[in-house]
Design a protein. Structure first.
Length: 221
């Protein structure tokens, strides 16, 4: 009887120990995800003296001499970036005098397909189809998660799909994506999208109205 009792106690202790261990692991995973996906609302607005250096490369729209330049560091697998992309598109459509520059900041720890998604966009740029690939990547997150670059490229009407697939596989533009990411780190990016408006890194993701309020000198339609 005592042997049976000890056996039951040992099993119970083991089950309880496993439960505690799993709880600790699960809590750690949740905390880690929250830390990495923390929206820019958790940081203060920041003055950036050398802000023009961050606007020197990337997916660019609008005149170089615009009085308002917006630089965005984003991640194609980020749901917040997906929601913000139409805001940028609407802003440019309404105010083509604004300068918009988009750069890559793939959060690979939590978005495992984000780096290759950025590569696919750069490979599409080789064929003059960055804007179309960008739109297609944001449009179908399931295909993105499956890394179905050829299917997404077809939806984006990229001229040579086989060429794009080979370009992604060879990681031809890895240096471009890494350069963007490192620039974001230097800037102090902690979450995506990170939005730099002229010399100010915003403390939150702006709405269309927020951005429009900053451009009286650009002109309105």
């Amino acid at each position: 009887m005592r042997r049976d009792g000890r056996r039951r106690l040992t099993s119970g202790d083991l089950a309880f120990g496993l439960l505690i261990a799993w709880s600790i692991v699960a809590t750690g995973v949740v905390f880690r995800s929250q830390r990495l996906t923390a929206a820019p609302t958790e940081v203060r607005a920041k003055f950036v003296k050398d802000w023009r250096t961050y606007a020197s490369r990337g997916f660019m729209r609008g005149p170089v001499q615009s009085p308002l330049t917006i630089v965005v560091f984003s991640d194609f697998e980020c749901p917040y970036c997906r929601r913000f992309a139409p805001v940028l598109d609407s802003l440019y459509e309404l105010h083509p005098g604004v300068r918009i520059v988009e750069r890559h900041f793939p959060l690979q720890e939590i978005h495992p397909s984000a780096f290759e998604a950025a590569l696919s966009a750069e490979c599409a740029a080789d064929q003059g189809a960055y804007a179309e690939m960008r739109k297609a990547l944001y449009a179908d997150q399931l295909l993105l998660e499956r890394r179905a670059w050829s299917v997404i490229a077809r939806d984006a009407h990229v001229p040579d799909i086989a060429r794009l697939a080979a370009c992604v596989k060879a990681r031809v533009h890895a240096d471009v994506v890494e350069t963007d990411f490192n620039a974001g780190v230097r800037l102090g990016v902690r979450g995506t999208p990170a939005v730099l408006v002229n010399d100010t890194l915003l403390a939150h993701t702006p709405t269309l109205a927020d951005l429009e309020n900053r451009l009286p000198s650009v002109g309105r339609p």
